[in-house]
Design a protein around this ligand. Structure first.
Ligand SMILES: C[S@@+](CC[C@H](N)C(=O)[O-])C[C@H]1O[C@@H](n2cnc3c(N)ncnc32)[C@H](O)[C@@H]1O
Length: 214
């Protein structure tokens, strides 16, 4: 990250509603104890996810890639209070911290945590999601797109994180599998006649897709 990008990130954070105590504590604990803490959505993207959910008020949300539960809490706080957020995490080591902070945040009753590989879990889920957030292993993004689109309601929203992959997506000749998969994902969305989409340069790139209603 250049000095200017870093300064802008800081400025964005200073002009975004701050995290409350629970999210601040989770953010700190993630940085102290989790491997690769940079994976956490963080204060600006977290607030954006919450705001988006407050606007859409989804009843059913699907998250792929829970990590320590930061984005889960943000979305759960914004969604309809009688809604259900299903979140899938492959690494069972995170279960303790996820459940601890879901309780602290007061959203445990509206979150269903499934520990497992999303590629095998999603096919068994009932359709009818209003919003989905893809934020897991990058090589599987194109697969997740198909699985989620099949289960998304008309006018439903699909979000995908890290779609700029630190700018590496600009390299069409890349041999890196993650970058190739994200490029394939972005092209797949762009060429899908069923959707309208916008790629926002928020953090590491956030793709927002609307499944056009009938
Ligand atoms: C970028 S982190 C998620 C960050 C989280 N959404 C947040 O904003 O705080 C990606 C997570 O996806 C999980 N993951 C990777 N492959 C997965 C899979 N096949 N199924 C479910 N989760 C997976 C990883 O263990 C990791 O915790």
């Amino acid at each position: 990250m250049t000095d200017l990008t870093y300064a802008i990130e800081e400025y964005l954070e200073q002009h975004t509603t701050p995290m409350d105590e629970v999210l601040s504590e989770l953010y700190r604990e993630t940085h102290l104890h989790a491997m690769n803490p940079r994976m956490v959505s963080g204060p600006v993207q977290g607030r954006f996810l919450q705001l988006l959910c407050q606007l859409i008020r989804p009843k059913r949300v699907l998250e792929i890639g829970t990590f320590t539960g930061f984005s889960t809490i943000c979305m759960a706080r914004g969604m309809a209070p009688d809604g259900l957020l299903t979140t899938i995490e492959a690494n069972e080591e995170y279960e303790g911290i996820i459940r601890k902070y879901l309780s602290k945040a007061g959203v445990a009753d509206r979150v269903q945590l499934i520990i497992g590989d999303a590629k095998t879990v999603i096919p068994a889920l009932e359709s009818g999601f209003d919003l989905a957030f893809i934020d897991a292993d990058k090589v599987s993004y194109p697969i997740y797109y198909d699985l989620v689109m099949d289960r998304l309601n008309p006018d439903g929203i699909l979000l995908a994180d890290n779609v700029l992959w630190e700018g590496k997506v600009l390299n069409a000749d890349t041999k890196e599998r993650d970058t190739q998969a994200i490029r394939a994902f972005n092209d797949k969305v762009q060429n899908d006649p069923r959707v309208e989409n916008v790629l926002l340069p928020l953090r590491d790139g956030l793709m927002i897709v609307r499944k056009v209603g009938s």
